[in-house]
Design a protein around this ligand. Structure first.
Ligand SMILES: *[C@@H]1O[C@H](CO)[C@@H](O)[C@H](O)[C@H]1NC(C)=O
Ligand SMILES: *[C@@H]1O[C@H](CO)[C@@H](O)[C@H](O)[C@H]1NC(C)=O
Length: 652
């Protein structure tokens, strides 16, 4: 124990000492301030987050820029040489705007009316319109009429093609962009602007989804770092989410996306093949170890706040994603001098991958933020589920930060749950503190910081760095994006097939936005119902007033013939007071050959106890009651619990 303490303070001394020398030698170029380096994380975030949002605005065309950047176009960085990032990448722009759309949705929900929302919303409209146009720009990857041009990774800031040589086409951009625009489309629908979502946004989304359905299994550049050809875990995960959400959004709009529906399970199948047994191989066949921060970025990109800790979709709290977090973060401990002495379980600076040599292969801000964000996401999910599972796969991760960790399930009613949550939160905060320590006083976030001494390096004011800070800081405050019904997509086909589907491509030409698309307030963006794989969440947030009503989804497995309908009826007025004529119809929308699911979501008073049964109405109108005794249920009346899934009913 003493030995360790001594060792650590010795390291700190050497570290401060070398910084002092360096500072004297290069004071002019190291604007690191002691205030920034030693202030509390909360104090730093309070200053840095508005700065970051402004940094994104500065790097996005809004019609006022004098340097040729079109409205809605995001520049990767203002840096014009070494490196020249004065271009717009489809990938970076989509990731940055996903952050802005989620920020907008959270702000419009809280209804403070401070006007920030309309500024954000204007930017979002400009972004979507700019992408509708960019999709149609003929470029070295091809044209838009058959979708080939959608794979072009970057354009000039004035929306003309970049014709220099480059790794192209690249496969992650369209999926990322579709998910960003779908988030906004779902907000429009939830607030009563369905026709705007359908007329203006859906056509742009549809082109990108068509590209994903056609190209998810193509060889070529799929790598978000633009370096290697072939498979990329990040890209496969992004494509999967895009197709699942595309199918659901199409249904919400009364349309269909048959190619989303047919391809999503196959992409999900491929997604499973990246697991090595202890981490996700980010780029199978690339010749690298495959421990890569892009897998952490993938996990936070697929985060569903209401999701289970599912390995299938690599949720942040899943055993595989946590084991992977350890494998990836450990791979940076020994290679960076600034991480010296920080053994497993201590927060460190994170780069892209250990073999990286690009611009010196230093740590990156955005990957260091991502290491924190995955852990905040996991904490949110554990609270939501009311328990933490530790398995053989995740034990190593937990042991590093909580030495007494053992395989088991820890409910929120016990002390262990809270001890683990506190340890994980401290660990997550530690990653943000590392980035804080190496952020200059000005607040500017570059792409990288030196592995030797933490000086900012490579492109300055990297837009993606700012977005990565904002999303990590939001998750730290439990501000999360809407659910994408992750738990509906956890069945995996037995055999993975190399397939594709042909969608359709049309120039999305309607880009004039109606005025006053204001929030209706309190209109929650609900995911479509489906059979859940998660147990009912048990609430843990302390509060004094539990909700007065709870949205309960009843899922009933009942094999029916064509023309038959299943109803639910029960002893309370909301369920028809046992009168078959007032029974509630269940939906067969998700009924398939292998899953005979009928479901309905009903708003019920908290705490209500009742009995109920299912009814079958035959094609000729005859009513058949299910057998057995009445079923009984008590709606939970608990703080923080507003939605419940019941998934254990079978027709009898
Ligand atoms: C295509 O899909 C098959 C089946 O999942 C898989 O084995 C193969 O690696 C995939 N190739 C690419 C380039 O996605
Ligand atoms: C970075 O952004 C800040 C704030 O907008 C600005 O003052 C600074 O000049 C920018 N740096 C570069 C290299 O563009």
């Amino acid at each position: 124990m003493h030995h360790h303490l001594l060792y650590r303070s010795l390291c700190a001394c050497i570290f401060l000492f070398s910084r002092a020398i360096l500072g004297a030698a290069a004071a002019a170029q190291i604007p690191l301030s002691l205030a920034a380096a030693t202030g509390s994380l909360d104090a730093w975030l309070a200053i840095e987050t508005p700065f970051a949002l402004n940094g994104i605005f500065e790097n996005t065309g809004d019609g006022s820029r004098q340097d040729g950047v079109d409205e809605g176009i995001v520049i990767a960085s203002p840096s014009k040489e070494d490196p020249d990032y004065f271009y717009t990448w489809t990938r970076d722009s989509a990731l940055v705007f996903k952050c802005l759309v989620d920020t907008f949705i959270a702000a419009s929900d809280d209804d403070s009316g401070d006007g920030d929302e309309s500024v954000l919303q204007t930017r979002i409209h400009q972004y979507i319109s700019s992408q509708a146009y960019l999709q149609t720009v003929w470029n070295p990857s091809g044209g838009w009429w058959n979708g080939a041009g959608l794979g072009e990774p970057k354009f000039q800031v004035n929306s003309t093609p970049f014709v220099g040589s480059w790794g192209r086409p690249q496969a992650d951009g369209p999926g990322l962009r579709a998910v960003t625009m779908m988030a906004y489309a779902r907000w429009l629908i939830a607030n009563g602007y369905e026709s705007t979502a359908e007329r203006i946004v859906w056509p742009v989304i549809q082109n990108d989804l068509s590209f994903v359905a056609a190209h998810w299994n193509s060889s070529g550049f799929a790598d978000l770092w633009e370096e290697v050809q072939g498979l990329s875990f990040f890209t496969t995960l992004v494509q999967h989410r895009a197709l699942v959400e595309g199918r659901d959004l199409a249904v919400e709009l009364g349309l269909e996306c048959a190619y989303c529906e047919s391809q999503a399970p196959q992409v999900r199948c491929l997604l499973q093949t990246y697991w090595t047994g202890s981490y996700m191989d980010s780029h199978p066949g690339s010749g690298r170890a495959g421990k890569d921060a892009s897998t952490i970025l993938a996990s936070i990109y697929g985060f569903d706040p209401d999701g289970g800790c599912d390995d299938i979709t690599f949720q942040p709290c899943s055993a595989r994603a946590l084991a992977n977090h350890k494998a990836v973060t450990d791979s940076f401990r020994l290679i960076y001098p600034i991480n010296a002495g920080l053994q497993a379980g201590k927060s460190v600076a994170i780069g892209r991958y250990a073999e990286d040599v690009y611009h010196g292969g230093h740590p990156w801000y955005l990957t260091t933020f991502a290491a924190a964000e995955q852990l905040y996401d996991a904490i949110y999910q554990w609270h939501n589920r009311g328990s933490i599972d530790i398995s053989d796969v995740s034990l190593g991760f937990f042991k590093d930060i909580y030495s007494r960790a053992a395989v088991g399930t820890y409910a929120a009613s016990g002390e262990t749950f809270w001890a683990i949550v506190a340890a994980v939160r401290e660990y997550a905060d530690g990653y943000l503190s590392v980035a804080q320590k190496y952020t200059p006083d000005s607040g500017e976030l570059a792409e990288q910081f030196s592995r030797q001494n933490g000086i900012p390096l490579s492109a300055n004011n990297l837009t993606w760095s700012y977005a990565a800070l904002l999303t990590a800081a939001a998750r730290r405050r439990s501000i999360v994006p809407p659910s994408w019904s992750e738990w509906c997509s956890t069945d995996v086909p037995e055999t993975c097939l190399p397939t594709f589907a042909i969608g359709s491509y049309k120039a999305a030409s309607i880009t004039s936005w109606p005025p006053a698309l204001t929030s209706k307030g309190g209109s929650e963006i609900l995911p479509p119902a489906c059979i859940p794989t998660t147990p009912e969440p048990s609430p843990t947030t302390p509060c004094t007033t539990p909700p007065t009503s709870v949205t309960v989804t009843f899922n009933e497995i009942a094999t029916t013939e064509w023309g038959e309908v299943i109803f639910i009826v029960g002893s309370i007025p909301q369920l028809g007071s046992w009168k078959p004529t007032d029974a509630i119809t269940l939906s067969a929308y998700r009924y398939t050959g292998s899953n005979h699911l009928w479901y309905q979501t009903i708003n019920l008073p908290s705490g209500a106890s009742f009995e109920y049964k299912y009814l079958r109405k035959k094609r000729d109108g005859a009513i058949v009651w299910e057998g057995g005794p009445n079923r009984a249920y008590t709606v939970p009346k608990q703080c923080g619990l507003s939605r419940v899934m019941r998934n254990d009913d079978h027709w009898r």
